[in-house]
Design a protein around this ligand. Structure first.
Ligand SMILES: Cc1cc2nc3c(=O)[nH]c(=O)nc-3n(C[C@H](O)[C@H](O)[C@H](O)COP(=O)(O)OP(=O)(O)OC[C@H]3O[C@@H](n4cnc5c(N)ncnc54)[C@H](O)[C@@H]3O)c2cc1C
Length: 400
């Protein structure tokens, strides 16, 4: 322990790395972020930010700016894969704000990244180092050295691996991992709203559920775009990547027999990408000495609770609170962070896997069985028990 505040190095300028950087800079810590990409760019996909996430973004002072480029979905509905019958799940507009104090936003990822990066640069203009691929680290003598491509290194007092699902920092800490293929792939695309028929352009989030698959779509970017994610059980695709393209024909085949509105989305997407959904058991620990992990680097999750990015934002804020509480003791601050985040992140990873079984249940094949199943599984009481604990989490008052 010494008496000066630590200099924190962060590997990865994604949603989690930038959230952590912002919350730390706002508390007066010295921070540098190392990002492999030569330009700060996010994949052109959507992300849902539930009130626990928007509450954290408000606490970082960036919610208002993000709201200007995003959409507040008025409601969420479930639709039957074949008949299109619709069940209203919950009001995500006025009622979400009344109940949770903060909106449920649907956001284009580049808008979120740009908002976070601008806020980081306002705090420290040269905090983000682009074209800096992290390849490993060493720690000794009370310092952490982040090793960068090309033989450079950065030296600080603590290192946070926020370098995503294929994290080099996690690999250097714990060795190569072996995820299990979940048996599902995710198709994604972004459809220009102007190309969709009027009944599909409402500001609602929609979740189509069917046997062996589900489809989620919601508006983005001031309502100019519609995000499409189609998840289907399929055993022949194992690449986990944001950038692997697939064809409209292949996606159409995966959703054969589904409602015409689903096919309108597939036809309307200028490009379609496919991502193999890998399952990973929650990790028991993720800190060694002065090095820790954050976001997908530590707890990648199936997307069925739409909480991966939100967890990364929460992680960043809680990490900063722990450093603020123990400003001169890295080991205690990181132990605080690990303790504060263990149960919640574990419950989300396990809950997401359980939701996959719920969304793809064989009972959904037949319209009559499906109605009974949906009335039971998406009753107000069932929804409250599945989501209330997620949405009410407050990064400002959560125990650390
Ligand atoms: C189909 C799908 C839908 C989803 N929908 C939602 C949703 O609705 N809501 C939600 O909350 N979550 C959702 N998620 C999850 C969410 O996308 C992730 O959990 C989130 O992006 C994690 O953020 P992160 O910052 O930890 O990692 P990332 O976003 O992956 O960022 C990691 C960063 O590190 C950089 N990097 C990687 N390696 C290195 C290196 N060696 N050196 C330097 N930099 C490096 C990368 O370039 C990137 O900038 C979804 C995921 C998928 C696949």
């Amino acid at each position: 322990m010494n008496n000066r505040q630590p200099h924190v190095l962060i590997a990865g300028a994604g949603i989690g790395g930038l959230s952590a950087a912002l919350a730390l800079l706002q508390r007066g810590f010295e921070v540098d972020v190392y990002e492999q990409a030569p330009k700060l760019e996010e994949v052109g996909a959507g992300v849902q930010l539930s009130p626990n996430g928007t509450r954290a973004l408000h606490a970082m002072g960036v919610l208002e700016a993000l709201e200007r480029s995003s959409c507040t979905a008025e409601g969420k509905e479930v639709r039957h894969w074949k008949t299109g019958e619709t069940w209203n799940l919950f009001d995500l507009g006025a009622e979400a704000i009344e109940r949770y104090g903060f909106p449920y936003l649907t956001v284009w990822r580049p808008d979120l990244l740009e908002t976070l990066a601008a806020a980081v640069r306002r705090e420290k203009p040269d905090a983000i180092h682009l074209g800096s691929r992290c390849v490993g680290f060493t720690q000794a003598g009370g310092r952490a050295s982040l090793l960068l491509d090309g033989g450079r290194q950065a030296i600080g007092d603590a290192l946070v691996g926020a370098d995503g699902v294929h994290s080099q920092i996690r690999r250097a800490l714990f060795g190569a991992e072996e995820p299990t293929f979940s048996g599902m792939i995710a198709w994604r695309g972004v459809v220009p709203m102007a190309t969709l028929p009027q009944h599909m352009t409402r500001m609602v989030g929609t979740n189509w559920v069917g046997p062996g698959g589900h489809v989620v779509h919601y508006p983005l970017h001031r309502g100019e775009l519609m995000n499409f994610v189609g998840i289907v059980e399929r055993g022949d695709w194992l690449i986990e990547s944001w950038s692997t393209r697939g064809s409209a024909e292949e996606c159409t085949t995966d959703f054969a027999g589904w409602h015409e509105d689903v096919h309108r989305l597939i036809r309307g997407a200028p490009s379609l990408y496919k991502w193999a959904l890998m399952a990973r058991e929650p990790m028991e620990r993720w800190t060694v000495g002065r090095v820790t992990l954050l976001g997908d680097a530590w707890h990648p999750t199936l997307p069925m609770l739409a909480q991966g990015a939100v967890m990364a934002i929460e992680d960043g804020f809680i990490l900063a609170r722990c450093f603020e509480r123990w400003p001169t003791d890295v080991a205690t601050a990181l132990a605080c962070y690990e303790r504060a985040r263990r149960e919640r992140t574990r419950a989300i990873v396990l809950g997401s896997a359980a939701n996959a079984r719920r969304f793809h249940n064989p009972a959904l094949a037949d319209p009559i069985d499906a109605k009974q199943y949906l009335d039971r599984e998406w009753s107000r009481a069932a929804i409250t028990s599945r989501y209330e604990w997620l949405f009410t989490y407050d990064v400002l008052s959560a125990e650390i």
